[in-house]
Ligand binder design. Structure first.
Ligand SMILES: Cc1cc2nc3c(=O)[nH]c(=O)nc-3n(C[C@H](O)[C@H](O)[C@H](O)COP(=O)(O)O)c2cc1C
Length: 242
């Protein structure tokens, strides 16, 4: 796994934030690998990192320091069988060149949507940084052993909840959920809670990743990375009008 998570430490976040606007796009990459005099060249596309992960890693590390809560929260957009879009927040649990992982109940609305149409969009917005990252890709279930490992790491009450909640289904009363929790607690009393087979992780393999950074006068900076062959970590960069 390529978890950046809490292990990715950015040492120069404060210095970074006061850099000029050109350097902001490439963030700590520039601070780590280049000195100030080279930063003026960043308007040239070839100066951007070849891999979008490099920018994401850097921005996420900054967000971990500056966001008041859940920097790993991302909006997940899916479409239903009629092509009607739906959005909700999920937590990113892993990201790297293999893709972006989140966990959920596959019987939920989002799970059903993905089963019908695996094309999804993800959006990170970090208000403290005035930045967004938009991702398009294709979602598929991760290896069951990987889901088992993550499920085992969750708190017991979250594990119980995965059994008790029929996510996205209508519920007559909150007491129905409370009763289902009590039932699951009795069922797994003094035993490990196994992962429900319908609860697992999805990996979104991106084909497009766009980085957006707010600038004065709405002259925002946008750079999009695209790839045709998702089996290769090889990307084409493109500046986009704001
Ligand atoms: C900050 C935050 C994090 C969330 N993380 C998850 C998550 O990781 N997985 C999940 O299934 N739902 C998560 N939810 C709940 C979803 O937004 C959503 O309500 C739920 O998954 C049902 O969505 P659906 O009916 O569209 O399938 C989170 C909500 C918030 C506000």
């Amino acid at each position: 796994m390529n978890t950046f998570g809490n292990s990715f430490v950015h040492q120069n976040a404060e210095t970074f934030i006061v850099q000029n606007s050109f350097s902001k796009v490439f963030g700590c990459v520039s601070l780590i690998f280049f000195n100030d005099s080279i930063m003026e060249n960043f308007m040239e596309l070839h100066s951007a990192p070849d891999l979008p992960w490099t920018i994401f890693e850097c921005w996420f590390a900054l967000a971990q320091q500056s966001e008041p809560s859940n920097p790993e929260a991302m909006t997940l957009a899916t479409v239903d069988a009629d092509g009607v879009p739906q959005v909700r927040i999920v937590l990113m649990k892993d990201i790297g060149q293999d893709g972006v992982v989140f966990f959920t109940n596959s019987q939920s609305t989002k799970g059903q949507n993905i089963a019908h149409n695996p094309n999804v969009a993800l959006l990170f917005y970090w208000r403290s940084l005035d930045r967004q990252v938009c991702i398009n890709g294709v979602a598929s279930p991760i290896d069951p052993a990987e889901s088992d490992r993550y499920f085992a790491s969750r708190s017991r009450i979250s594990q119980i909840g995965a059994w008790a909640s029929q996510q996205s289904k209508p519920m007559q009363d909150f007491s129905v959920l409370q009763a289902a929790v009590a039932e699951a607690e009795v069922c797994y009393f003094s035993a490990d809670v196994p992962r429900p087979s319908h609860w697992f992780g999805y990996r979104v393999v991106p084909n497009r990743i766009e980085f957006w950074i707010q600038e004065i006068g709405r002259l925002h900076q946008r750079i999009a990375y695209r790839r045709e062959d998702t089996s290769q970590d090889s990307w084409v960069k493109q500046w986009i009008f704001p």
